[in-house]
Design a protein around this ligand. Structure first.
Ligand code: CUA
Length: 310
């Protein structure tokens, strides 16, 4: 089992262990019975094999027993599972709300102050509700340490909630096959110690702007990695879902519709805001728009990084 880091873990693990051991014991019982009957009813000779005994065809008491006992076990499992389900689907009042957006191929988490991050940061010992959307196809937000998972469905809000119990850094997966880089659609769920979440949120905005100003190329590289650009755009010339960034600065691009443009600041900004408006010849329009999602210093950093990839 993965680390248990939410209030759901105990119940989920308990039910899972119960099913696991029930299966092992039932399976063992069946194998023992098979072995016993094979031994007991083994034909003593060729003649005995061909003429069966005239035995009774059924045993009412036995058949009722083997139907009713499993029925009660199934009802017990259903009630246990259903109670857990209801708890998971009913967020308490006064939760901290964080928006999650799935897109090919990354998660973006938006915090109450407007900060957007590729990781899920939450405080320990607090009810958190995550409101989930998708901009393109089905994804599924899965946090094994919290024992919770919910689909991200285009054109619809879904949600999940949890109460993290242990500070730490836990993996977040996409659990719905969503295309080429599905298995790279990873993030971290970072559970902060008491007070840590609030101070992280306060500092992060200033820190990033500072960092971007001091070394835009390094910051641009970080954006390339954290914003999911790297899943489609290589920086070594290899062709992935989209064109490589290596050596494109200043070159002329040919688009699918026959028009051309030079790679400059405006070209890159337009590619981020309206990627479907200028699809490079030979590629399919699969990039989502970043309109309104990036701050100016972030766009500048990406531009400086592309410039540096000679
Ligand atoms: Cu997103 Cu798989």
């Amino acid at each position: 089992m993965p680390t248990s880091a939410s209030t759901f873990a105990e119940n989920v693990d308990g039910l899972y262990s119960f099913l696991y051991w029930l299966s092992i014991i039932s399976c063992g019982g069946i194998f023992v019975a098979i072995a016993y009957f094979v031994w007991k009813y083994k034909a003593k000779g060729r003649g005995a094999n061909e003429v069966g005994d005239n035995t009774s065809h059924h045993n009412t008491a036995l058949e009722i027993t083997w139907s009713v006992i499993p029925l009660f076990i199934c009802i017990f499992i259903f009630v246990w599972g259903f109670r857990g389900y209801v708890e998971m689907r009913t967020p308490p009042k006064d939760t901290l709300e964080i928006h999650a957006q799935g897109q090919k191929w990354k998660w973006i988490f938006t915090y109450p102050n407007g900060h957007r991050d590729s990781d899920l940061h939450v405080p320990v010992d607090k009810d958190v509700r995550v409101i989930i959307q998708s901009v393109d196809v089905l994804h599924s937000l899965y946090i094994p340490a919290f024992r919770t998972k919910m689909d991200a469905v285009p054109g619809r809000y879904t949600d999940l909630w949890f109460h993290a119990t242990k500070p730490g850094d836990y993996p977040v997966f996409c659990a719905e096959y969503c295309g080429t880089a599905h298995s790279d659609m990873l993030a971290h769920a970072i559970v902060h110690e008491g007070g840590g979440y609030e101070s992280w949120l306060e500092e992060i905005g200033e820190l990033q702007a500072d960092e971007a100003e001091k070394d835009p190329v390094a910051y641009g590289q970080k954006m390339w990695s954290k914003q999911g650009c790297k899943n489609c755009h290589s920086v070594d010339g290899s062709v992935l879902v989209g064109p490589s960034w290596k050596g494109i600065w200043g070159t002329n691009r040919k688009f699918a519709d026959g028009s051309t443009a030079q790679v400059d600041e405006n070209y890159i900004m337009k590619s981020l805001n309206d990627p479907a408006g200028q699809v490079v010849a030979g590629f399919t329009p699969s990039m989502p728009t970043y309109q309104g999602q990036l701050k100016d210093y972030e766009i500048n950093a990406i531009i400086e990084y592309i410039k540096s990839l000679k």
